[in-house]
Design a protein around this ligand. Structure first.
Ligand code: SAM
Length: 348
């Protein structure tokens, strides 16, 4: 299963334009897990420039040399779950694919995921199944796939599984049979995206089980009584220190307190006018947080997804007719964290 048949530039451009036209937001993270010499990533870069982060993987290291502009490169068998990059990624907004179609074994490719689903399917379908594990909530896969992924008996179980997860397949254009010279497979540009109705069913299954939403532990007036001159004491961080999606140490003081919240987490103000620039990812540093801040503590690779959801829904997060404020319960609701009987984090 190598299939080094590359996408012509005009089709690569068409595919990327289709992907962009069906999303309101410009993708921040784009990947091709079978990138070859980079036809699809090059097309995305021609249109979007260097603003997004690009990520390239191919089983063949030589082809990767042709896209040396792409800084995040991996050389893994994407159908093998033990990929070196599994937990290094943030979630991906746009996955471009023209995967291999050829069979190594007549029984198909085995797929197993961490939720316990397993099947055997075509190589192209196995790329789809593996890819959706990396998608952000609003993310999509757009690629050139054999039409058989939509109807073959071999891919039926995988198709049903994908539909059950809430994704919809859309066929955008059937490609002429001479698109890939020497190959007779009937192909189309197909996309996969979560349907609108499943966005509202988004729940804890999408995030790690250990996600915690809680408030900072120190009130501002109390922090003023325990300031410390020792450089070993933690900095006290308040809403005013969140600037341009980063923690600014300017004006921050140290406190004698062990109420440190260890990273990684996403911070947002509990009170104040909605401001996307204050929704901040914290990956390092030991801070004592003001109780005017709410933090969402989770796995490193879920942080961007949570930050982007909070930014998109910022107008729903803050309520109140005079001073705007939010609560732990509302943040949980926005993130669709269904706690059931398990009360993770404190009450609002
Ligand atoms: C049909 S080409 C498409 C390349 C590129 N995406 C394009 O559109 O031009 C398929 C690519 O998949 C790579 N490939 C084959 N098997 C793979 C695997 N198991 N994991 C990752 N890449 C693989 C091949 O080396 C080849 O570059």
């Amino acid at each position: 299963m190598i299939d080094q048949i590359y996408t012509p530039n005009n089709i690569a451009q068409e595919l990327v334009n289709l992907a962009l036209s069906s999303n309101d937001q410009s993708p921040l993270y784009i990947a091709d897990f079978a990138c070859g010499d980079g036809a699809l990533l090059n097309a995305a870069r021609q249109i979007l420039g260097d603003r997004p982060n690009y990520l390239a993987n191919d089983i063949d290291s030589h082809s990767l040399e042709k896209i040396d502009w792409c800084r995040e490169q991996y050389c893994d068998d994407f159908t093998n779950y033990d990929r070196s990059f599994n937990h290094r990624f943030r979630k991906i907004d746009l996955i471009l694919l023209n995967p291999p179609f050829s069979y190594k074994s007549s029984t198909g490719i085995a797929f197993n995921n961490r939720q316990g689903y397993s099947t055997k399917c075509s190589p192209a379908m196995s790329f789809i199944l593996n890819a959706i594990d990396f998608l952000s909530i609003n993310g999509q896969v757009v690629g050139i796939f054999p039409d058989s992924v939509l109807w073959s008996e071999r891919d039926r179980s995988a198709r049903e599984h994908i539909l059950h997860l809430g994704y919809e397949f859309t066929t955008h254009r059937h490609l002429p049979s001479n698109t890939f010279p020497g190959y007779t497979v009937s192909t189309s540009i197909i996309s996969l995206k979560r349907s609108e109705s499943t966005h509202s069913n988004h729940n804890t299954d999408d995030y790690s089980e250990n996600i915690v939403v809680d408030r900072g532990k120190l009130q501002v007036h109390k922090s003023l009584g325990i300031t410390s001159k020792s450089s070993k004491s933690p900095l006290f961080i308040h809403t005013t220190h969140l600037k341009s999606n980063q923690i600014s140490h300017a004006g921050a003081y140290r406190v004698s307190s062990n109420k440190i919240i260890g990273p990684p987490y996403v911070l947002l103000p509990r009170v104040g006018n909605p401001n996307k620039e204050k929704i901040t990812i914290v990956r390092r540093g030991k801070y004592v947080l003001s109780d005017c801040l709410i933090y969402v503590k989770t796995n490193d690779f879920e942080l961007e997804d949570i930050q982007s959801t909070l930014m998109q829904k910022i107008d729903l997060i803050y309520g109140g007719s005079c001073a705007k404020y939010t609560t732990i319960a509302r943040v949980r609701k926005i993130l669709r964290i269904n706690l059931g009987n398990d009360q993770r984090g404190n009450a609002p």
